[in-house]
Design a protein around this ligand. Structure first.
Ligand SMILES: Cc1cc2nc3c(=O)[nH]c(=O)nc-3n(C[C@H](O)[C@H](O)[C@H](O)COP(=O)(O)O)c2cc1C
Ligand SMILES: C=C(O[C@@H]1CC(C(=O)O)=C[C@@H](OP(=O)(O)O)[C@H]1O)C(=O)O
Length: 386
């Protein structure tokens, strides 16, 4: 069984991940994981913290001479901001008085987390509810990406919209035209949006929000190519691949919506405009004339690219804060607290989305093809495909 756990406070010494279930003998490169970590740190709209951090993993267990051992893999990402927080975040009791955070930010976990865990100091909530944690997921996703590449599967994302700029739900294109239009120049663009003109408008929108002391959300799309037919199942609700992707993508902090394939677009037209016509090619392969299903029918992959669009809300820390409550006094206040913050995290969330999709596909591929060593998984995969 593939599974992973992560630990680490945003301003603690490090983030730690334990990954179990990847087969032995899988070649893994730290540099491939680090590239994803760097991509997550980038994109327009990131704040001061990202100038401090230079995320990179260190393997502590489970990898030897560049290959997995089949034992649990432990990775660590150092928090370079830690020296600035060492006293405030000390595990041992300290003499000095540390100022408590008591004014909660609407939209963050400050209020719900403080009530739930009984914390007087909201800092105790912020530290783990912070999306610093998503760096850990990207590291795990970076391993999964390397596993999936053995089977010719790639996962990529791009930005579809920022606030009210961009995004159409109805594409009305064949899969080939869609793929071509989508991935041209995506790699080169810092926003990872396929359309250069739109990218400029999105950047301008982010800068406008920043000038106004505000934040903005948007939509990213994540796509997996090369996925074989037959991952996931309809036999139980929680085995549907669409459901598993829903949980994985909705677990990204600030994500408030997710659609697969034509998604909400499919609800506005009749069935004859939605369902993807199946064809059988002369070489024996299967293909569809369109991909409104987003690569999943009946909870099972159908061999087309898996396409998910994900809606991200504007992040909660506003430079011009909203009214709120001071939890220490119960007093209604004019302004909640502001601390150093991002303005827009849609491109970064897209990279986290790639990681979550890679994780779900790794889990589903191992469910179907299993194997304690890569050789065994490969053998199962190739005989299964035949
Ligand atoms: C990569 C990333 C970076 C984020 N950075 C910030 C930030 O700087 N300030 C902030 O208030 N929220 C930030 N967020 C969002 C909060 O973590 C998130 O809004 C919070 O967990 C509450 O959202 P929820 O209701 O979806 O859990 C970020 C989210 C992501 C994915
Ligand atoms: C640290 C990261 O994102 C952080 C997520 C975050 C939040 O509230 O979610 C708040 C900010 O942290 P800080 O208060 O230290 O500036 C972001 O920088 C990261 O993405 O690695």
């Amino acid at each position: 069984m593939f599974r992973f756990l992560t630990a680490g406070e945003s301003h603690g010494p490090c983030l730690t991940m334990i990954v179990e279930g990847l087969p032995a003998g899988l070649p893994v490169e730290k540099t491939i994981v680090d590239v994803d970590l760097r991509r997550r740190q980038g994109g327009y709209g990131r704040g001061g913290r990202m100038k401090i951090e230079k995320d990179a993993i260190r393997f502590l267990a489970g990898v030897r001479h560049g290959k997995t051992l089949g034992s649990p893999i432990t990775m660590q990402i150092e928090n370079l901001d830690w020296p600035n927080w060492e006293e405030r975040m000390s595990a041992a009791p300290i003499e000095a008085e540390v100022e408590e955070v008591t004014r909660v930010r609407p939209g963050h976990a400050d209020f719900t987390g403080s009530i739930k865990y009984g914390h007087d100091d909201v800092r105790n909530v912020i530290e783990r509810s912070s999306s610093r944690e998503t760096a850990s997921r990207v590291a795990v996703g970076g391993l999964c990406r390397q596993f999936l590449s053995q089977f010719g599967i790639t996962v990529r994302s791009h930005v579809l919209s920022v606030a009210d700029i961009g995004y159409t739900t109805e594409r009305g294109m064949t899969q080939d035209a869609y793929n071509d239009s989508l991935w041209n120049a995506v790699e080169e663009s810092p926003m990872r949006c396929a359309d250069a003109e739109l990218t400029e408008k999105m950047i301008a929108r982010i800068l406008e929000a920043k000038r106004n002391g505000d934040t903005c959300g948007g939509v990213f799309e994540v796509v997996a190519f090369g996925v074989p037919i037959g991952l996931g199942s309809f036999s139980q609700w929680d085995r549907r691949l669409s459901a598993r992707l829903g949980q994985a993508l909705m677990s990204i902090p600030s994500v408030k919506a997710m659609e697969i394939g034509a998604g909400f677009g499919a609800t506005r037209v009749t069935g004859s405009h939605v369902h993807d016509v199946l064809r059988h090619a002369e070489d024996g392969s299967w293909y569809h004339l369109s991909n409104n299903a987003g690569g999943i029918e009946g909870g099972i992959t159908n061999g087309e690219p898996i396409v998910a669009r994900v809606g991200v809300k504007p992040i909660p820390s506003l430079a011009h804060p909203l009214p709120s409550v001071d939890l220490s006094t119960g007093e209604n206040i004019d302004q909640s607290r502001y601390e150093r913050s991002d303005v827009c995290v849609v491109p970064a969330a897209g990279v986290v989305g790639e990681a979550m999709m890679a994780i779900v596909l790794t889990e589903a591929l191992l469910d179907k093809y299993a194997g304690d060593s890569l050789t065994e998984t490969m053998r199962n995969y190739h005989s299964g495909r035949k």
